[in-house]
Design a protein around this ligand. Structure first.
Ligand SMILES: Cc1cc2nc3c(=O)[nH]c(=O)nc-3n(C[C@H](O)[C@H](O)[C@H](O)COP(=O)(O)O)c2cc1C
Length: 196
């Protein structure tokens, strides 16, 4: 049995819901299991601390989760066309793993939720790939053999899964977005199995 780490940050819940769909895609593959983890908020007040255990949702990730996984799905909301600070902060703490080459050769995929259609969800997906490439991970996207990539009128890109929440963040995950989240998790797990 291989484990895929589904690591996300979410403030409003959209990326959290996508993470659950991606985990469902991972677990649709025989021999693959998803480990879902989140990261704590960061605060401008550096004396503020988060509780060790989140009040709801997935547990916080540890570096050991990254080291142990056979593949990684990384999700963050779009913030000014980039990943959110809590995810960047967590990734900035992974230099020890980089020094050891702990993630070299592991497959990875990325996902995001944004308010608007053309407000930077694709740049956010690409921004999340950059540190993973430095770690030597093998990036997997979504191929156009997934029919929803051609039919979606909301999110879903060849760079990874995405959701467009709308200006009030009240749009539910569309059917196409949902299927593409599941397809991404499935593809990641299948790739990890082939590589392991
Ligand atoms: C500080 C901040 C910056 C944001 N920047 C963008 C942006 O550049 N483009 C966009 O489309 N949405 C932007 N949004 C909206 C979020 O990406 C969107 O609400 C997302 O669905 C939130 O995901 P979550 O529910 O998982 O937290 C921003 C939101 C915040 C709070």
């Amino acid at each position: 049995m291989i484990e895929i780490l589904v690591l996300y940050y979410s403030q409003g819940g959209a990326v959290r819901d996508m993470a659950q769909l991606i985990a469902r895609g991972v677990e649709s593959v025989n021999g693959a299991k998803a480990r879902v983890r989140t990261v704590p908020k960061v605060s401008a007040n550096h004396e503020a601390t988060e509780p060790d255990i989140p009040t709801s949702g997935a547990p916080y990730a540890e570096l050991a989760d990254l080291e142990a996984c056979a593949g990684l799905a990384l999700g963050s909301p779009t913030r000014f066309g980039n990943m959110a600070a809590p995810m960047k902060y967590f990734l900035d703490g992974t230099a020890g793993l980089w020094l050891k080459g702990a993630l070299i050769g592991k497959p990875a995929a990325v996902f995001t939720s944004s308010g608007s259609m053309h407000g930077g969800n694709e740049t956010t997906l690409i921004s999340m790939m950059l540190p993973l490439l430095h770690h030597g991970m093998l990036i997997t996207g979504l191929p156009y053999s997934e029919p929803q990539l051609s039919t979606t009128t909301t999110g879903g890109t060849p760079y990874g899964a995405s959701h467009i929440g709308g200006s009030m963040d009240d749009r539910p995950i569309s059917d196409d977005e949902r299927k593409l989240c599941i397809a991404l998790g499935k593809r990641l797990a299948e790739t990890a199995l082939k590589l392991s």
